[in-house]
Design a binder for this molecule. Structure first.
Ligand code: COA
Ligand code: NAD
Length: 701
């Protein structure tokens, strides 16, 4: 095995270069090698100072996250051991940062006596995104270098800053412009320290930047209040604040100890396990059967969207936001004007909230080219069809596309339920056809289901994956089935919510339980937001599913209660958006139960959670076993990015693994015995339960 560090002498300075591709994660092997190299440098009289730098594309992505589950990250030398060695070194140690200096990589830099960074370097402490806090002194040293307020922003959001900002804030001592020699600059800085002959400055001894917070005792509570809504349910952001507060109220060593204890506790928590799972799930989702690093990606320089309704307009905005010119086509001028008007209104609302400049809006609008000329699709690298959900219409459109589009153009449909294979079959090139299922509102929602038809080519899939990144979406490849993976599993969840009303619950109770679980909204408030009329119209165009059917939503439609837009739906709304329980709805529900001959009963919160969530997991098991998704973590991402499943629970399938698949199976079996209908445990759920397996550990091979 190659050595994970290189050591060389430059001008009396020992330069230690990390060599642990791809991201110089601080694995036990790298930590040991760095410790040995530092010790060698400290003992060598020919070395007057040291420089730490990263080989390859970055300084370091920090602690090796794969070690957290096994306890290897606790093995000596730990990151705190290394940093202590550096900070207490009698010879100056300078960090030379480039690419990324994240997490433990950043903390290593904080322990050094100075930091030099290449322009553009991203520096940050993203541990909070993994359900952790920086555990190697970051919460104690960062505020000492940049001040408490800036440290709070960096550590609690986890968002990295670039070298220029880091330099302005005091985190970086010197910037090396593009084309400059980073290591040579760091060597010169190190030499300056050693030539001065005085002991190197230690970050731990700096107190000046803590003073501002010592004068404002309310600062931390203010900060807690400020993030309360955004961070609801998450443990780590609040733990970050506690530790930074400790930096102000305790001695450095006490603060370090408090940080360590907090870190260990969080590392063992389900929340951190879940968030680490999501980190790897996001990276795995890009690995798709048949698509490799060498698969050709078709360059997308121009898009075309057919239909400028609810979805088409939002999809066009995706392109414009990414700087890609896009043509939008409609059947007639009035519809086109309406669609473009809505796009303009959407942008204008963002501008008025101060989240976009007028200039940026104008640039986006200029990238959107409205036209009635269908033939203009011939110029596009990708066409996305978003006309009415009607198979005959879609077939007609794809027949026309087939005769007009360039041979290598991607032909995509935004259908939310129709058979992509049937659509592809009307063309002479089904390999160019793919489903691109955006979610509403398409300019906001992150999830993009990439629907792989039987004949979709690897190049088209690779292109769709690459495009989804450019558009800032999370692309998940799914197979063809009715409603695909997301809406199919959503239906399993929302259907039970309807039955619970008939059996004894009320919308406010169901919504409260799911809100407390961590969803941003309960299913009934979501229904009101999306529109009771929209749901009703979709149901009219679809065959009614077999078995039990709850028609309360249909009754609301008949009463003209369309949701937020009419001020009344499952709830009523006085300010337009805060749901208030409505006696009229309670009465409707009671009446419905009576008509159905159901004796209403008290339903526990636990049953509500299980009745909504376990059928969804059960459907997820079917989707997995049918090969509609490649792995269970894809199902997790679908729920995280499509429906706001709480990230700190990792996704429904991960959550099921934490609860124990046998437990979920046992409860589903009981549900099935009582309620029958759609609640039969999926074969995969049963098999895993009996074998003691997990969804995460299961693979189709
Ligand atoms: N530990 C272990 N593996 C890591 C890692 C870490 N800290 N950071 C990245 N990796 C792995 C990724 O899983 C990926 O593996 P894969 O190729 O097998 O999928 C590979 O390194 C490349 O990472 P990727 O994220 O695709 O590279 P990038 O260039 O897009 O992004 C970073 C680079 C550093 C911004 C990003 O990897 C990152 O944010 N890493 C985590 C940083 C962090 O949270 N550190 C604190 C740890 S407590
Ligand atoms: P919509 O009715 O708002 O928009 C459809 C638009 O297509 C209309 O403006 C119509 O004028 C236009 N159109 C019809 N025939 C046309 C033709 N021949 N040429 C050009 N334009 C034509 O519908 P929508 O909600 O935007 O749905 C569009 C597609 O997206 C459907 O397939 C739907 O299933 C899917 N979808 C909808 C949602 C959603 O939540 N609304 C979510 C995901 C996917």
């Amino acid at each position: 095995m190659s050595q994970p560090v290189r050591f060389e002498h430059i001008d009396g300075v020992g330069v230690i270069t990390f060599d642990n591709p791809p991201v110089n994660a601080m694995s036990i092997a790298l930590r040991t090698a760095v410790r040995d190299a530092l010790t060698e440098g400290l003992q060598d009289d020919a070395v007057e100072a040291l420089v730490l730098t990263g080989g390859g594309r970055m300084f370091s992505a920090g602690a090796d996250i794969t070690e957290f589950g096994s306890g290897v990250s606790n093995q000596s030398p730990t990151l705190p051991d290394l940093i202590e060695l550096i900070e207490n070194s009698p010879k100056p140690v300078v960090a030379a940062l480039h690419g990324n200096a994240m997490g433990g990589g950043c903390e290593l830099g904080l322990g050094c006596h100075a930091r030099v960074a290449a322009a553009g370097t991203k520096i940050g402490l993203p541990e909070v995104t993994l359900g952790l806090i920086p555990g190697a002194g970051g919460t104690q040293r960062m505020p000492r270098l940049v001040g408490v307020k800036a440290a709070l922003d960096l550590i609690v959001t986890g968002r990295p800053i670039d070298a220029a900002k880091a330099h302005a804030g005091g985190l970086v001592d010197e910037i090396v412009p593009a084309g400059g020699d980073l290591v040579a600059t760091a060597v010169a800085v190190a030499r300056k320290f050693s030539d001065a002959g005085s002991p190197p400055p230690k970050t731990r001894d700096r107190e000046d930047r803590l003073a501002e917070a010592r004068d404002q005792p309310g600062l931390f509570d203010e900060y807690r209040k400020g993030i309360a809504r955004r961070a609801r349910g998450f443990e780590a952001p609040f733990a970050c604040i506690d530790c930074i507060e400790a930096a102000v109220t305790k001695t450095f060593d006490e603060g370090l100890e408090f940080e360590r204890e907090t870190f260990q506790k969080l590392r063992a928590s389900d929340q951190s396990k879940a968030q680490r799972h999501v980190f790897f799930a996001e990276r795995l989702a890009g690995r798709v059967r048949g698509v490799g690093p060498d698969t050709k990606v078709i360059p997308i320089k121009r898009g075309a969207v057919l239909g400028c309704g609810t979805m088409g307009g939002g999809i066009a905005m995706n392109f414009a936001n990414a700087g890609i010119p896009v043509t939008v086509t409609e059947g007639d001028q009035a519809a086109l004007d309406r669609g473009i008007d809505l796009i303009r209104k959407n942008y204008a609302a963002t501008v008025s909230k101060g989240r976009m400049s007028q200039d940026a809006m104008d640039q986006c609008m200029a990238l959107i080219n409205p036209t009635l000329d269908f033939d203009s699709v011939a110029e596009a690298d990708i066409v996305i069809e978003a006309v009415f959900e009607n198979m005959d219409l879609k077939k007609d459109i794809f027949t026309r596309l087939d005769s007009l589009c360039r041979p290598d153009a991607v032909m995509a449909t935004n259908t939310s339920s129709l058979d992509v294979n049937e659509i592809a079959a009307v063309t002479s090139r089904p390999e160019q056809v793919v489903g691109l299922h955006f979610f509403s509102p398409a300019n906001v929602m992150k999830l993009l289901e990439i629907v792989r038809g039987d004949r979709t080519s690897p190049e088209v899939l690779a292109t769709a994956l690459s495009l989804s990144k450019k558009l800032g979406r999370v692309g998940i490849v799914v197979g063809v089935c009715d409603s695909f993976a997301a809406n199919r599993s959503l239906y399993a969840y929302s259907r039970q919510a309807g039955f619970l009303l008939e059996e004894g619950a009320l919308p406010e109770q169901v919504d409260r339980v799911l809100l407390e679980f961590g969803f941003p909204m309960g299913p009934f408030a979501v229904g009101d937001l999306a529109g009771i009329d929209v749901g009703f119209k979709i149901r009219q165009h679809r065959p009614r599913p077999e078995g039990r059917y709850s028609d309360i939503a249909d009754k609301l439609y008949e009463m003209g209660r369309y949701g937020q837009k009419t001020g009344k739906g499952w709830f009523h709304y006085e300010d337009g958006r805060t749901p208030i329980p409505d006696p009229e709805v309670t009465e409707l529900i009671m009446r419905t139960s009576k008509e159905l001959g159901i004796q209403r009963r008290e339903i526990s919160d636990e049953e509500i959670l299980q009745r909504c969530m376990y059928p969804l997991i059960n459907e997820g098991a079917r989707i997995l076993e049918e090969g509609i998704v490649e792995r269970s973590s894809d199902m997790d991402l679908i729920w995280l990015y499509g429906y706001g499943f709480p990230r700190y629970r990792g996704g429904p399938m991960f959550w099921a693994d934490l609860l124990g698949v046998d437990h979920v199976y046992g409860v589903m079996k009981e549900f099935h015995e009582v309620h029958h209908d759609w609640l039969e445990p999926a074969p995969l759920l049963e098999r895993l339960a009996k074998e003691g397996g997990t969804f995460g550990g299961w693979s189709a091979e």
